[in-house]
Write a protein that binds this ligand. Structure first.
Ligand SMILES: O=C(O)CCC(=O)C(=O)O
Ligand SMILES: [Fe+2]
Length: 275
């Protein structure tokens, strides 16, 4: 089994689990070298050129990561959506409470989206702590619904501030989380990579960069023979189209959807259950 029963249960109830020192020191070094390289040449690296960096893009198809992802996703299988990477140094600004579950508009959590968070140098309580709000992945909310809370403690907040190099946090993308700024770290390089995978069956918003399709095709050329379907562009709709369709609406959007035929209308005294 790629994951233990305890990990599976923790993922379902709390929305995350941690694998300490998941990558070997050699893997960590190779990927960190790639990040150092792109930081030099592509200041605005957004992951669309991922295929140009071998160690970094290999992480997307790292066999144990894919096995864990498969175990969490179940029978529908999954696709890759995007990967970001960043080098955070002392004074790195915080990121307020948010989630990264892609859906337009946010209405349900029926399908799994997974974020694999790599901390190549681990975390040491300087620069930024990862903060998580366990169980919040069960609630449907706008991505920035809790922005007003900044990075303050919420009831049950988990702070992850002590991880050895090569550690990975597997997170349900709807889990509310953030990065709490911490002093110090003048000599610490906080390497951060996130990779997102989505359960098949529904169409998901594409990555929000014009060349997302090209990125997936390039990765498919590189890895598709061994991983057929992992970079399937048909699993996505153009995110900009989704945003455009939402633009300008106010009030209840349900009445903007096509009329429903052949379904029984629920009794009015029962309707709260579907809202
Ligand atoms: O830096 C981190 O630990 C988390 C960053 C994050 O949540 C994000 O980039 O969406
Ligand atoms: Fe995030």
């Amino acid at each position: 089994m790629a994951i233990t029963e305890a990990e599976k249960e923790q993922f379902e109830t709390l929305g995350y689990f941690v694998r300490k020192a998941f990558l070997s020191p050699q893997e960590v070094r190779a990927v960190a070298d790639d990040i150092d390289r792109y930081v030099e040449v592509e200041r605005k690296f957004d992951g669309t050129g991922l295929y140009k960096y071998d160690a970094l893009s290999d992480l997307v198809v790292e066999p144990r990561t894919l096995a864990i992802t498969a175990a969490l996703m179940g029978d529908n299988g999954f696709v890759f959506q995007k990967s970001h990477s960043a080098l955070h140094l002392a004074e790195q600004p915080p990121i307020h409470w948010h989630h990264d579950y892609e859906q337009i508009p946010q209405t349900n959590r029926n399908h799994l989206q997974l974020h694999v968070l790599h901390y190549l140098n681990g975390l040491d309580g300087t620069v930024g702590d990862l903060i998580l709000w366990p169980g919040s992945h069960h609630s449907v909310m706008a991505r920035n619904a809790l922005k007003f809370a900044g990075t303050d403690d919420l009831p049950g907040t988990v702070v992850i501030d002590d991880l050895p190099p090569g550690s990975v946090v597997f997170v349900h993308s709807a889990l509310v989380h953030g990065r709490r700024a911490k002093p110090g770290g003048e000599n610490f390089k906080r390497y951060f990579i996130d990779i997102s995978y989505m359960e098949r069956e529904v169409k998901w918003p594409s990555y929000g960069r014009e060349n997302w399709r090209d990125m997936l095709e390039k990765l498919d050329e590189k890895y598709g023979a061994e991983h057929p379907g992992l970079f399937d562009t048909n699993a996505f709709f153009e995110i900009a189209d989704g945003i455009m369709r939402m633009d300008g609406f106010s009030g209840s959007m349900a009445m903007e959807l096509p009329p429903v035929v052949g379904k029984e209308r629920p009794k009015s005294d029962r309707v709260p259950i579907i809202q």
